[in-house]
Design a binder for this molecule. Structure first.
Ligand SMILES: *Cc1c(COP(=O)(O)O)cnc(C)c1O
Length: 394
């Protein structure tokens, strides 16, 4: 692997050069598209699975399907031996229809439709997440006797795309929910959490794991024979800032897990972004370059793709994609980057403008790197008449 030790941080990282994908680049250079298109290198997904698995060791990988639900991705991951985390009937059906065994699918959404729970139960899925009484009621009714794990709300961790307070119960509630699950005839088997998406450094997990381990020990002391720890996602992708090699990163996280969780016979990890982001590149086009006034400092660059057609993660400029044009050897200057739709929210980067070639023109090819995660799945069906993001798998 093309890794080196950063002399400042002392961390072994992948050099940015090793993160360029010549297969994708060659394909994109020789192909023209009539609409924004995500091109996915399926071999890169396989490499990433193997890299993560090598570090995660005995943990099962449950790929978070929402990151990229392309059937080729799911098929390739089934062949690699991956398990899956699904959030809805649709994702479960996708995995089952491509041959995933029901025992390898967890239903990890804590906000499930009752009829989806019933469907999952009928299909043979036996592992459900919950973080509230009413969710346990639904599971007990529609999947009687199922295994459940309680999702914990964990404190802010410094992730680039934090998951806020939407999911998980307060740590103090976990044991009570497990008691309640038992009273409903369910089997509380473990805990889950999500450290926050795009957690760039493995050491950022330590505090969260400490919080979760306290609850783990408390629940076991209260008589719950927990054996399942679901460490969720958070594995980072390369967006320009150095990150560790996936195997090293995953290995460090697992070392921290092993040091903290006694009796965790089964460990699950749910990478989404970390599995697929670097396998994808979007071919887009510049539709317009303009200035509001002749002497404005910044140009506005409008693309044929925006927040509603795949680039939703630019919300609050959280995820900063990297771009390639055919003029990257020219002089660069700061630009405000925007999408094509007639919605003023469809501005991608304005607070922190992006450096783009001064010669950039309408009609130029515009490549967006490492965007295989949370792009095609976030694309609207056709807001303003713009087609949803097309996906081509090579
Ligand atoms: C979205 C999600 C993931 C994937 O998170 P990433 O940060 O993309 O790896 C994992 N687990 C659950 C429950 C999720 O909702």
């Amino acid at each position: 692997m093309n890794a080196y030790v950063n002399p400042v941080s002392g961390i072994e990282v992948l050099s940015p050069v090793s993160r360029s994908n010549s297969k994708l680049e060659a394909f994109l250079r020789s192909t023209s598209f009539d609409r924004p298109t995500l091109v996915l290198d399926i071999d890169q997904v396989r490499r990433q699975y193997r890299g993560l698995k090598a570090g995660l060791g005995r943990a099962d990988i449950h790929y978070a399907v929402k990151a990229n639900p392309a059937r080729e991705v799911v098929e390739a991951l089934i062949a690699e031996g991956s398990h899956f985390d699904a959030a809805s009937r649709g994702e479960i059906e996708l995995c089952l229809s491509l041959g995933a065994a029901p025992e390898t699918i967890s239903f990890g959404n804590t906000v499930k439709r009752a009829s989806d729970i019933a469907f999952a139960h009928m299909a043979g899925i036996d592992l459900f997440a919950a973080d509230a009484d009413q969710e346990l009621d639904k599971i007990a009714e529609h999947a009687p006797g199922a295994q459940v794990y309680i999702r914990l709300l964990v404190g802010a961790t410094g992730a680039d795309w934090p998951l806020s307070r939407k999911f998980g119960c307060a740590p103090e509630e976990a044991v009570r929910l497990m008691d309640y699950a038992v009273s409903l005839g369910l089997r509380p088997v473990g805990l889950s959490f999500h450290v926050g998406s795009q957690t760039r450094r493995a050491e950022m997990w330590a505090e969260t794991l400490d919080q979760v381990a306290l609850v783990w020990d408390r629940a076991r002391a209260a008589g719950h024979a927990l054996h399942l720890l679901n460490i969720g996602g958070g594995f980072p992708a390369f967006y320009g800032e150095e990150i560790e090699h996936p195997t090293l990163y995953a290995g460090r996280v697992m070392d921290m897990v092993e040091a903290r969780f006694e009796g965790a016979e089964r460990v699950m990890a749910e990478p989404g972004r970390g599995m697929v982001a670097e396998a994808g590149m979007i071919a887009a086009e510049v539709l317009l370059v303009s200035r509001k006034q002749q002497d404005d400092l910044h140009r506005w660059v409008y693309l044929d793709i925006g927040k509603f057609s795949g680039l939703a993660e630019t919300m609050e400029e959280a995820i900063r994609y990297q771009f390639t044009t055919d003029r990257d050897d020219e002089e660069m200057a700061p630009c405000i980057l925007a999408g094509p739709s007639c919605d003023s929210a469809d501005v991608l980067y304005e607070k922190r403008p992006v450096q783009l070639p001064v010669g950039l023109k309408a009609g130029d090819r515009f490549l967006i790197r490492n965007c295989g995660a949370y792009t095609s799945s976030y694309s609207s069906v056709g807001f303003n008449g713009f087609p949803p993001l097309d996906v081509v798998v090579i």
